[in-house]
Ligand binder design. Sequence first.
Ligand SMILES: N[C@@H](CCC(=O)N[C@@H](CS)C(=O)NCC(=O)O)C(=O)O
Length: 206
Amino acid sequence: MILYDVTAAPNPRRVRIFAAEKNITLEYRQVDMTRGEHKSPDFLARHPSGKVPALQTDDGQYIGESVAICRYLEALHPEPNLFGRTPMEQATVEMYNRIMEFELWSPIGTSWVNGPVVAKMAPGRFKQIPEAKAASDAATHRFYDRLDKQLTERSFIAGERFTVADITALTAVDFATSMVDLRPGEGLENLWRWHADVSARPSAAA
Ligand SMILES: N[C@@H](CCC(=O)N[C@@H](CS)C(=O)NCC(=O)O)C(=O)O
């Protein structure tokens, strides 16, 4: 299987970590986003949104969207399980994974698009709205506080074991910290304890 990847991009990292947890070997093919390769007709045939990651399966079909790719990998390699086993656990993992996407990744993405790195990297590509960045920065920090409280009650994002929801949250916090100037406050001890635990897993280096 071939993963269309950008090493520095956080969404492909979600799939790389997921595959590493399952010990699945993928062939990585770098997409040159600086040259707009992800919007070329060839690439749009692989992923209609022109985004990474995209997976080429062994029989030559394509899947876009990191969660869809992870679900495919889980179906092929059910163990170790990362999407939940019982109906209740599956629903809980899904719930927290969606919360991490909509309530953590979403404001981080808005702050990124309206922030200084994008202004420098892709001048004029987006109409930047400083008020949107300020509101999203605040929403991200409010969410960090909420996550910190949640992590007093459980070891991982969706319960007592590592799941895909931890991968979604880890990639969000790392991207926010390194690229968006949205590092969680030092006083958020539970969040940092969780972050240290998940970062210590060999898959986090993927
Ligand atoms: N929801 C998508 C998001 C994919 C995404 O936004 N990827 C970024 C890189 S991290 C990208 O390709 N951006 C280029 C663009 O949107 O044009 C997923 O989970 O795969």
